[in-house]
Design a protein around this ligand. Sequence first.
Ligand code: AMP
Length: 175
Amino acid sequence: MRAALFGLLLVPVLACQSPKAAPQAAPNLPQAPLATAATPAWALAHPEYHAHADCIFCRIVADQSPSRKVYEDERVLAFWDIAPRAKYHLLVIPKQHVRSLKELEELPAETRAALLTACVKVAREFGLEEGGFRVIVNSGKDANQSVFHLHFHVVGGEKLPEDAVRVKDKSDSGS
Ligand code: AMP
């Protein structure tokens, strides 16, 4: 009787302790270094998924850093910029890691198309189509790129500064 009772108590304890099945990468596909039990199945099986553990946007893709997501599909993710510089300031990124626009050609054509399509989708989602919105891609150090995972800023919802390009007047250069 006591043995039966002990068995009854032990079964749920063992069930709680049994390790979750580790996610299995599909054969011949790159292993995703950030993969956890929470990594979605598509990411494990997706040939485009190469998460970089030291990249904040890869960590967001892998759900290992928080973000306020606004749109997601198989290829792209959109979320709020952590320090919005307009009423609406969203970032659209490819789930596949590429450093900047310079590496655009590393992305499959479908992902390149999905990026621009997602920019328009999120702008529409937030009602920015009528008033207008701006899409910005900073690429490299002269452009002050600070996160080296390609991203498109989608900003709007208010009148934006007229000139987001010029840093200083050419006459300031002394030439
Ligand atoms: P850029 O200067 O063009 O490389 O833009 C990088 C953007 O990423 C900046 O606007 C940052 O505010 C934003 N950013 C950095 N870290 C995060 C994060 N964890 N979540 C959301 N946005 C971020």
